[in-house]
Design a protein around this ligand. Structure first.
Ligand SMILES: [Zn+2]
Length: 485
C-alpha cells in the first residue's frame, strides 16, 4: 500500500510457521528488473530477527526508494532456525521416474530429421518448468534458417545474486535416438528439479536445456555470451553429458591417446580395476572450476558412497585436453565461468555413441540415479537449504501523472552543480512541496509550504551522484532524476 501522505510503502503480510518458532524476515528490492534483489536497509517494522508468527504484520519502506526509472520487484523471505537433512533429499531420487521420462525423450531430436520430436521435447521442458512454478523462458537464437532455442528455468533463492546451474543439451545428431546422448542429461536435470523444488535454498538454482550442442556448442555459446547478467554470479554449471551408460565388464572402458601422461593416478586406478566402465567422470579445470569439481567428489562420496567417481582436472581452460572440451561446459570455461562436466565417458565407453543403438534399454538406471543423487547433494550443499519461504511482489513504476507532464517542469542546470533552479511553467500553479532522495531512499532535502512557481536549492552539501526529486503540485506528484557532478 502506498501511503502518500506519510511518504511510505506499507507491506502487510501473514507469517505462519509449523513449529511456531520465531523467524527471521528479510526484505530485498530489485534495481535491475527483477534479476537480483538486494537487502533493503531502509525497511522498518516487523522485520529482521525474532519475528513471532502471526497475521497482519507490517513492514514500512520510505517511498523514495521506489522512485526512479524502473518497475521495482520486492522479495520478502522468512525462515526459522531448523534446516534440512540433505541425505533425505538425495533419497527422493527415483530411478523409475528417470526411466519413464526417458521413454518419452528418446528419439531423434534433430532440426532436419527429427524436427517434430525436437519441438515436442522443447515444449515438454518448458511445461515441466511451468508446472514446477519456476520463472522460465525460451531463449531463442538463429542458426541458418533454424530458429534454435535454449530453455531456462529459475528457482529463486533468498540471496538471488548467486546461483547454481544444472542441465545439458537436448539435441541429437541426425540419426541417433540419443537416449544416453543426451536424453539422460535432460531427464537427470528434470529429476534434480523435482527433488530440489521440494525445498528452499539461500542461493538461486537454475535449470537449462541447450539446443544445438551437436553443431559446435551453439546453444551454450549463445547463453554464456548473451544471457548472464552482470549483477548475477554463477557459482557453477553442472553439465550432464551422457550419464546413463555403465559396465562392469573387463575392458569396457578405453582412454583417449595420451591420457596416462596427464592423468597418471586416474590411469592407474582404471587399470587396477581392469578397465571396467563402472564410474562417473567429473571434469573440472584448474583455472576456476576446481572447487566445484572437488565439491562433487566430496559430497558424492559422502551422500552416495556406492557411486565411484573419478575426477579429472584440465590445465587452464582445457586447450591441451581437447577431449575434455567436447560439451557445453567448455563454453562456460572459455567465458570465465566455473563449470564441470559429469559424464559416463561417451565414445570411450558407450559403443552406441552417435548411432541408432543409443536406446534406453542399453542404459543403467541405478547408475544414472546415483549420478543425479551426487549432483543434488552437491547443489544442495552449495545452495544452502533453509526452512522457510519467499514471495515476490511488483511495485509499478512510480511516475508523474498525465495532467502534469515533466515538460511543464524545468530544472537547470542538469547535471546540477552547487545549486539548481526549479521552475514550474503552468499558469497560476504553485509548487506545494519538494523532496529529494538519494539512491538508498534517504531524504537529503525537504521543502514544505513553498507556494512558489520558481526557486533555487543549494546542493553544496550533497555528495556527487544520482538523486530522485519529487515535486508536489496540487496534490499530484512529478518525479525527476537528478545527477550531481
Ligand atoms: Zn552429447
Amino acid at each position: 500500500m502506498h501511503d502518500v501522505a506519510n511518504e511510505e510503502i506499507v507491506i502487510s503480510y501473514d507469517l505462519l510457521d509449523e513449529e511456531d518458532d520465531l523467524c527471521d524476515v528479510y526484505i530485498s528490492i530489485s534495481d535491475n528488473d527483477g534479476v537480483t534483489h538486494g537487502r533493503e536497509p531502509m525497511a522498518t517494522g516487523d522485520i529482521n530477527n525474532d519475528i513471532a508468527p502471526q497475521v497482519g504484520l507490517e513492514i514500512t519502506i520510505p517511498d523514495g526508494v521506489f522512485f526512479g526509472s524502473n518497475t521495482k520487484s520486492i522479495q520478502l523471505c522468512a525462515k526459522d532456525d531448523s534446516s534440512y537433512d540433505i541425505g533425505e533429499m538425495v533419497a527422493l531420487v527415483d530411478s523409475n521416474s528417470l526411466r519413464s521420462q526417458l521413454e518419452f525423450f528418446q528419439g531423434i531430436r534433430h532440426r532436419n530429421t527429427g524436427a517434430v520430436h525436437l519441438e515436442a521435447i522443447i515444449d515438454s521442458i518448458g511445461n515441466a518448468f511451468e508446472n514446477a512454478h519456476l520463472e522460465w523462458k525460451n531463449l531463442p537464437f538463429s542458426f541458418g534458417n533454424y530458429e534454435a532455442k535454449n530453455v531456462i528455468g529459475l528457482k529463486r533463492g533468498w540471496i538471488d545474486s548467486n546461483h547454481l546451474l544444472v542441465g545439458g543439451h537436448f539435441d541429437t545428431v541426425d540419426d541417433s535416438p540419443g537416449a544416453d546422448d543426451n536424453g539422460s542429461a535432460i531427464v537427470g536435470m528434470l529429476e534434480a528439479l523435482r527433488v530440489l523444488n521440494q525445498f528452499n535454498f539461500r542461493k538461486s538454482i537454475k535449470f537449462i536445456g541447450f539446443d544445438l550442442e551437436e553443431e559446435g556448442l551453439r546453444g551454450s555459446i549463445d547463453y554464456t555470451g548473451n544471457h548472464l547478467h552482470q549483477d548475477e554470479r554463477l557459482d557453477g554449471y553442472f553439465n550432464f553429458e551422457m550419464i546413463g551408460y555403465f559396465s562392469n565388464r573387463v575392458n569396457s572402458q578405453t582412454l583417449p591417446v595420451g591420457f596416462e601422461v596427464l592423468f597418471p593416478n586416474q590411469t592407474a586406478q582404471i587399470t587396477s580395476d581392469s578397465f571396467r566402465g563402472n564410474f562417473i567422470t567429473v571434469v573440472g579445470n584448474d583455472q576456476n572450476s576446481l572447487t566445484l569439481q572437488h565439491n562433487f567428489e566430496k559430497f558424492g562420496a559422502q551422500y552416495v558412497p556406492e557411486l565411484k567417481i573419478i575426477g579429472l582436472t584440465a590445465p587452464g581452460t582445457g586447450a591441451l585436453t581437447p577431449d575434455l572440451l567436447r560439451s557445453d561446459h567448455a563454453s562456460f570455461w572459455l567465458s570465465g565461468q566455473p563449470a564441470i562436466m559429469i559424464s559416463d565417458g561417451a565414445n570411450f565407453r558407450n559403443p552406441n555413441y552417435h548411432s541408432e543403438h543409443d536406446v534406453l534399454d542399453s542404459l543403467n538406471f541405478s547408475f544414472m540415479s546415483n549420478v543425479v543423487k551426487a549432483t543434488i547433494a552437491t547443489i544442495a550443499e552449495m545452495a544452502e537449504p533453509f526452512h522457510g519461504s519467499c514471495d515476490i511482489a511488483v511495485i509499478e513504476k512510480m511516475t508523474s501523472t498525465e495532467s502534469l507532464s515533466n515538460s511543464k517542469l524545468e530544472i537547470y542546470p542538469n547535471p546540477i552543480k552547487d545549486e539548481f533552479t526549479i521552475e514550474l511553467k503552468m499558469e497560476g500553479a504553485k509548487i506545494d512541496k519538494l523532496i529529494v532522495f538519494d539512491l538508498l531512499g534517504r531524504v537529503v532535502e525537504r521543502k514544505n509550504n513553498l507556494k512558489n512557481s520558481k526557486f533555487s536549492v543549494s546542493t553544496t552539501e550533497w555528495p556527487s551522484g544520482h538523486y530522485f526529486l519529487q515535486v508536489f503540485v496540487n496534490e499530484e506528484v512529478i518525479n525527476h532524476k537528478l545527477t550531481k557532478e
